[in-house]
Design a protein around this ligand. Structure first.
Ligand SMILES: [Zn+2]
Length: 1164
């Protein structure tokens, strides 16, 4: 019997893994309670009735609660036109499709803008195992420490609300002797369906977002040189000096080597004077301003020229306004045989509407290796005669505007999921979800909600059809978690053929005796015990009592058929593995961790109603050998067992290694108190990693349970042991065609190890504290393959980085998590999932295996057609995740989502979810880094982007001059986001960041959910200088451009990974006094790393904003203070993604112009 897949039973682990063979599923287990378990909130069953749509489809006729998103007129499905006003004048008629939404024209026509020596165990180094009681500790001391939008916007609607569109359409067995965990059976159906654990208040409410990239702390990375500064030989050797602290500030502040040094001017490094000008426009990027033919040198923006009054922007059309576009015009688009030189572009001849006719392809300057700086010099003669005014940034589609509009239109409302193909509010909008048949967008978000019927349409449009799945996403406080359904010994009802689970999309026929599967159309008999009569509408009369008939998301209690060896699982375990070499002790990590861990253990995940977590914990320390600890509660003192033969790790300890907290608290506390003392004088500098993970894995296997390893590690594993690595770092390769050699794992030791972990239901979280290269690309695999996560704290010092580390660890330990999982995405006939991105492992083409998966992890899935879809039928997706809960219960979590299908391109374009598209584009692009060249990846993206927009133009826009840039309303931010992706450190990080940071970013982005990728690629910039001290919430965000920074302003920039506070030189001294207790910006202690807790309204308010921003994200973002003109400023500015980037990355304006040109080429 093959419960999960029904198809290729692959629940079996990869070869070698002991445990669960695929044929081990046996007969049903003992009986469990039958019936649906009412969720705490009692949500279910109280839903307003709604009619189920024909075809067993989603209830389309249901009426959404009044407050629900207005299903009537669809969100503006309009288009925008950029550029000079077209000859036709603002379009207002229906498009070719007869229904193209509205369009917006941007251009001259001024429109409202938008805006880490033990007591030396006797056996150390000798026999393999030795046990000795540790020195009498100071008694079980129990120290308990507790660790821890709406913006103004301008109307941008030229839009015409096109209405009526479709949006609305609808080891050793028996090791444990303690009766630890709760007997699985007793759990069944008892607990409230709260898959998530208690949510720590601090994170409550906010949807997950991201993690601390603090690792890439600007200093470190900027000065990234320090990395290189540490001689390899020193890697392990504790050079006193280097240990004492992070690299000297000076080096940190140093501007990034070459790349930055590059064409300084081009870097937008603002010449002082430039800021002198009035705030906004002038500042920045001269490039944007058209350059006069002979004036290239002025390009860098000599102070004088920059200081012009703001009016200069608004000024007269820049003659010769040819912004140096940095994109390869020619090769970017291969189908365009006759790629023209910029000068030959149509633009040149007929001044295009884009104010200034973009000779978009003047030079290729995108950060890649060998890229010549695309700058003035490269600019071939700019087009002399342009009468048009250059493109006004204010008139280009603004993400701020889009976000604000969506908040205004759909914020603070309920989003009721009763309609097929309904596009949810943006991830940046606050809204509550009411599940009425489709999964909440927090769980599954699609790139399009109206799927083209044919493969041909998909090919033509090139819009990725896909899903971003966050199966355990945190919900808002008043949203109901998926209820838990227990159908007893027989388990869930499934389709006979495709094994899809019972869901609202199944259609009952034959008086309720059979049901037809909406995924494969197969007809299955309804088991007698599940039979129920149908009402006059053909719907089961128990419709509202059964979550699996009426909800988009719910859980089933799984039977032993769904368990390894047909045996219900044991509760999962957390094993803490601590590197105790010199580095880890010296930087304070070991003492801090051991101290905090005592209280953190009280926060082990519990299910609602549990007084104590069912989970067990274990402890290991290591350097070149492994030290296991017996913390059996019956002992007076913990015992250490040392395993020094690390070539074939085995578990020296069966009883007493994994214990339930309440059974061994005093011993554990004693251990945690002693560890720092035991290793405080260590001189060991070499460490290992492979045997560490192996040891954790063996321990879980021996205890017959799944769980997670928390590995706290400091340096490259160079000790003689399995998994020993070489230092192969060469950051100069980043950005070049050879970058893949340092971004691809060395050897396959860690990936194989990771696969063995996944097979055993073991995931690994690495907490890295490196002072030099640790090869994240290689060791990070134990995280990315097991569903784990990597945290990195470069140059960690407990005094300054401790808070961040403990915050992350706390959140990590508490967050909702599921173990030993297998996820399968089933789709209705005609489409199928083909590509998968995220932290996971796949041994075949369909089953996504996860050692664990938590609320922060998303898996993106790209879907392809293999047949034609039918508009009337729609398309269906069911995500089924089999897992072991924190209490050791085996469950299935099901998420269902229905889609509309269309034969008209316009319908698809009107129902796109740009943020999800960006998520998929980003993950796909990053997955190509180890296979392709940076240039090829960029070109592919540019090309895809142009294709999408051209497709819209051809199929959906009204006839208009080719000179006009017309963008689909739902995807008008595509050029901006695609350009930000292309310039991002994750995808294009060059030698200005470290190899490890680059690898870390790639791994991190690959597991991000939609909200996280959105803010990562388009950071949030919040003005802080004019906060209303009485206010609450966050100030309105502004666009990410230096042009928007005022010299007398202060801004907070965050991207979910890092956070900066930029302080203008002319900021009000009172503000500086209030917040920093300094008289001027120059006197601010920018190395403090945190804001002073001063007792005045401004300080309180500013700290409140910083705190709120942190809480909205998945990781603690370190705050870096950057003063205007500080050496760090260029680094700060490289996050301003509307401007030109390092290495010549194009500005938004330039990219848009380039896009425009590509589109024109494709059209002609
Ligand atoms: Zn089926």
């Amino acid at each position: 019997m093959n419960p999960q897949a029904g198809q290729s039973m692959t629940y079996g682990p990869p070869p070698g893994a002991g445990g669960y063979g695929s044929q081990n599923y046996g007969p049903p287990a003992a009986s469990q309670n039958m019936g649906y378990v009412q969720p705490p909130g009692g949500q279910y069953g109280t839903q307003p009735p709604m009619a189920k749509g024909p075809g067993g489809g989603p209830p389309q006729m249901g009426r959404p609660p009044v407050s629900a998103y207005n299903a009537g007129p669809s969100p503006p499905s309009s288009q925008q036109t950029y550029g000079q006003v077209n000859q036709n004048g603002p379009y207002s008629g229906p498009g070719p499709q007869g229904d193209s939404g509205q369009q917006q024209y941007y251009g001259q026509q001024r429109v409202p803008s938008m805006g880490g020596q033990q007591p030396l165990p006797s056996g150390y180094g000798a026999p393999q195992v030795s046990a000795n009681s540790m020195a009498p500790p100071p008694g079980p001391s129990m120290m308990a420490q507790s660790a821890p939008p709406p913006a103004a916007s301008r109307q941008n609607q030229l839009t015409n609300q096109m209405s009526g569109m479709n949006i609305s359409g609808p080891p050793q067995p028996g090791v444990q002797q303690r009766p630890m965990g709760i007997p699985p059976t007793s759990m069944a159906g008892q607990r409230p369906p709260q898959p998530g654990m208690p949510v720590q208040p601090m994170y409550s409410g906010q949807p997950p977002t991201s993690q601390p990239y603090g690792t890439t702390a600007p200093p470190g990375s900027m000065g990234g040189m320090q990395q290189g500064g540490v001689p390899l030989s020193n890697m392990g050797a504790p050079p006193p000096t280097s240990m004492t602290g992070p690299p000297p500030p000076s080096s940190m502040a140093g501007p990034p080597p070459s790349s930055m040094a590059g064409p300084p001017s081009s870097m937008g490094g603002l010449p002082p004077a430039s800021m002198a000008g009035p705030p906004s426009q002038v500042g920045g990027y001269p490039q944007q301003n058209a350059i006069q033919p002979g004036q290239q040198l002025g390009y860098g923006g000599p102070p004088s020229s920059m200081s012009g009054p703001p009016s200069s922007m608004a000024g007269p059309p820049m003659p010769g306004g040819v912004p140096p576009s940095s994109y390869p015009s020619a090769n970017a688009y291969h189908q365009q045989p006759q790629s023209q030189s910029p000068l030959d572009s149509p633009t040149a001849r007929a001044p295009p509407p884009m104010g200034g006719g973009m000779p978009a392809g003047a030079a290729m300057a995108m950060g890649a290796a060998g890229m010549s700086p695309a700058h003035p010099g490269m600019m071939q003669q700019p087009q002399p005669q342009q009468t048009q005014r250059r493109l006004d940034p204010d008139q280009m589609p603004s993400p701020i505007q889009v976000i604000e509009d969506d908040r205004r239109n759909r914020g603070s409302q309920q989003f009721t999921t009763n309609q097929r193909g309904q596009v949810p509010p943006l991830v940046t909008t606050e809204f509550d979800v009411v599940d009425q048949g489709n999964a909440s967008p927090r769980f599954v978000r699609a790139t399009v909600y109206n799927i083209p019927c044919t493969q041909d349409m998909v090919k033509q449009s090139q819009i990725p059809i896909g899903l971003v799945i966050t199966p355990f996403a945190k919900l808002k406080p008043n949203e109901q978690p998926p209820p838990l359904v227990d159908l007893g010994v027989n388990g869930p009802i499934r389709c006979n053929r495709c094994k899809a689970y019972m869901c609202p999309f199944m259609q009952f026929i034959d008086g309720g005796r059979r049901f037809q599967c909406s995924f494969c159309n197969c007809i299955t008999e309804v088991p007698p015990e599940y039979f129920q009569h149908l009402d006059h509408m053909g719907r089961r009369i128990d419709y509202y009592e059964r979550p699996e008939l009426s909800l988009g998301s719910y859980e089933f209690v799984a039977t032993t058929d769904y368990c390894k060896n047909n045996k219900l699982p044991n509760p999962p375990v957390f094993i803490f593995m601590i590197d105790v070499t010199y580095n880890s002790v010296k930087n304070g990590m070991v003492p801090l961790l051991c101290k905090q861990l005592r209280s953190l253990l009280d926060r082990l995940p519990k299910e609602t109603g549990q007084d104590e977590s069912s989970m067990r914990v274990g402890f290991v320390t290591y350097d070149k050998s492994l030290h296991f600890y017996n913390v059996n509660g019956a002992l007076a003192q913990p015992q250490m067992l040392v395993v020094s033969d690390i070539n074939d790790v085995f578990m020296p300890l069966l009883d007493g290694f994994l214990v339930k907290l309440s059974d061994a608290r005093p011993v554990i506390d004693s251990l945690l108190e002693q560890i720092p003392q035991m290793f405080s004088e260590t001189r060991e500098t070499e460490t290992m990693l492979g045997p560490v993970v192996q040891a954790g894995l063996e321990a879980m296997k021996a205890a017959d349970c799944c769980g997670k390893l928390f590995v706290f590690h400091s340096s490259l594993p160079i000790a003689e042991a399995p998994g020993k690595l070489k230092n192969r770092d060469d950051r100069k390769l980043l950005g070049s065609d050879k970058e893949k050699t340092v971004l691809t794992p060395q050897g396959n030791f860690y990936s194989k190890l990771a696969q063995n972990c996944v097979a055993a239901g073991c995931s690994v979280d690495l907490f890295l504290f490196p002072n030099s290269y640790v090869d994240v690309a290689t060791i990070g695999q134990v995280c990315t393959i097991t569903g784990g996560q990597c945290f990195k704290y470069n140059y960690f010092q407990a005094s300054t980085d401790g808070e961040r580390f403990i915050y992350d660890l706390t959140r990590n330990m508490e967050r909702p998590i599921a173990f030993d999982s297998i996820m399968r995405v089933r789709t209705s006939t005609g489409i199928r999932p083909t590509d998968f991105y995220g932290s996971m492992y796949m041994s075949n083409t369909t089953d996504i295996e996860l050692g664990s998966i938590d609320c922060d992890k998303a898996i993106s899935v790209e879907i392809k057609h293999d047949d034609k879809l039918q508009e009337e039928v729609g398309a269906f997706v069911q995500v089924a995740l089999l897992y072991t809960s924190i209490t050791g219960q085996r469950r299935l979590r099901i998420h269902n989502l229905s889609f509309n299908c269309c034969n008209q391109m316009a319908d698809m374009f009107r129902n796109c979810e740009m943020d999800a598209v960006l998520n998929l584009l980003a993950k796909h692009a990053i997955s190509q880094v180890t296979h392709s060249s940076p240039k090829a990846i960029r070109e592919t993206l540019i090309n895809q982007c142009a294709h999408i927009l051209t497709c819209y133009r051809k199929n959906c826009a009204s006839p208009s001059s080719p000179g006009q840039l017309i963008l689909p309303e739902c995807m008008k931010l595509l050029p901006l986001y695609a350009n930000s992706l292309i310039k991002s450190d994750a995808l294009s990080g060059g030698s200005d960041i470290t190899t490890d940071d680059r690898s870390w970013l790639m791994q991190t982005v690959s597991a991000m959910d939609v909200a996280s990728t959105h803010v990562y690629f388009y950071p949030r910039l919040l003005p802080l200088h004019d906060l209303d001290p009485e206010g609450t919430g966050l100030p309105a965000a502004i666009r990410c451009s230096a042009d928007r920074l005022r010299e007398d302003g202060v801004y907070l920039l965050e991207n979910g990974v890092s956070m900066y506070m930029w302080i203008g030189l002319h900021v009000n001294p009172d503000w500086v006094q209030n917040v920093f207790s300094a008289q001027s910006p120059a006197q601010i202690d920018i190395d403090a790393g945190k804001l002073l807790a001063l007792d005045n309204p401004v300080s309180v308010r500013v700290r409140g904003v910083v705190q709120q921003v942190r809480q909205e994200r998945q990781r603690y973002m370190k705050l870096t203070v950057v003063r205007q003109r500080d050496t760090l400023e260029p680094w700060f500015k490289h996050f301003l993604c509307e401007d030109k980037g390092f290495n010549g990355g194009a500005s938004y304006v330039d990219f848009l112009c380039h896009m425009h040109k590509e589109i024109r080429n494709m059209l002609s």
